[in-house]
Design a protein around this ligand. Structure first.
Ligand code: CA
Ligand code: CA
Length: 232
């Protein structure tokens, strides 16, 4: 049998020497600030990664669309037997819109249903399409010597030309697609004006420019048709 005083002494020896307590408000605040910083640091790179992925997928889509346009020229003949490109879609059904043998408008949405791809970019906006009149005429197709009338420039004033005599241009207005253009280069690409035949291609910049522009170089278009025996 244990001696009562010995049991009491043992209990004293085993008792914790500190007093348990909860977090203070200050400690909680510090923890919350650290958590906020950690989560913030993770979220920003994730949105940046998504933007890069969307831009990359749209770039790939535009590349596929240019291939589909080469294919269209190979397989579609004007009334004179020569090749031609499709007209833009001006009523949103993905089919080209013509008035007789000419295009209703040289600029509009990409005729994605005709091509079998390219309905929307990665941000859910329709791809835009512009074609030179002489390349889309269904009465007389184009020849080895037909020149396009479109230009790709480094800015809206077109001081430097990247590509000249271009038959067709395809573009995505980028992440800010539906927003009002914040600079002259974005406005140049977004505004549909029949008389304006210049487009701007440059790197994305902090000024808000994020358009992705692709085009059919005239030389590659006629060379593909030559190799396939569709020209001259
Ligand atoms: Ca249409
Ligand atoms: Ca844009």
């Amino acid at each position: 049998m244990k001696h009562p005083s010995l049991a009491a002494n043992t209990a004293v020896l085993l008792a914790p020497t500190f007093r348990r307590r909860g977090f203070t408000l200050t400690e909680m605040a510090v923890v919350l600030v650290i958590l906020a910083l950690l989560i913030g640091g993770m979220v920003v790179p994730l949105t940046v990664q998504q933007d890069i992925r969307n831009a990359s997928e749209t770039q790939k889509l535009l590349s596929d669309v240019t291939e589909a346009l080469y294919g269209y020229a190979l397989t579609h003949s004007a009334l004179d037997g020569r090749p031609h490109l499709p007209c833009p879609d001006t009523d949103g059904d993905g089919r080209e819109n013509r008035s007789g043998t000419a295009c209703v408008s040289p600029e509009g949405d990409l005729p994605w249903a005709e091509l079998g791809l390219g309905r929307q970019d990665s941000w859910g906006n329709p791809l835009r399409y512009r074609v030179s009149d002489l390349f889309a005429n269904r009465a007389a197709g184009f020849t080895l010597t037909t020149d396009g009338d479109l230009r790709i420039c480094t800015d809206s004033t077109c001081n430097a030309v990247i590509a000249d005599k271009v038959p067709a241009v395809i573009l995505s207005l980028g992440k800010n697609g539906s927003a009002t253009p914040g600079n002259a280069d974005e406005a140049k690409n977004k505004t549909i004006a029949v008389a304006d035949k210049d487009f701007v291609q440059r790197s994305p910049a902090p000024d808000g420019f994020d358009d992705i522009v692709a085009w059919l170089p005239r030389g590659i278009l006629v060379n593909r048709l030559l190799l396939a025996g569709r020209l001259p």
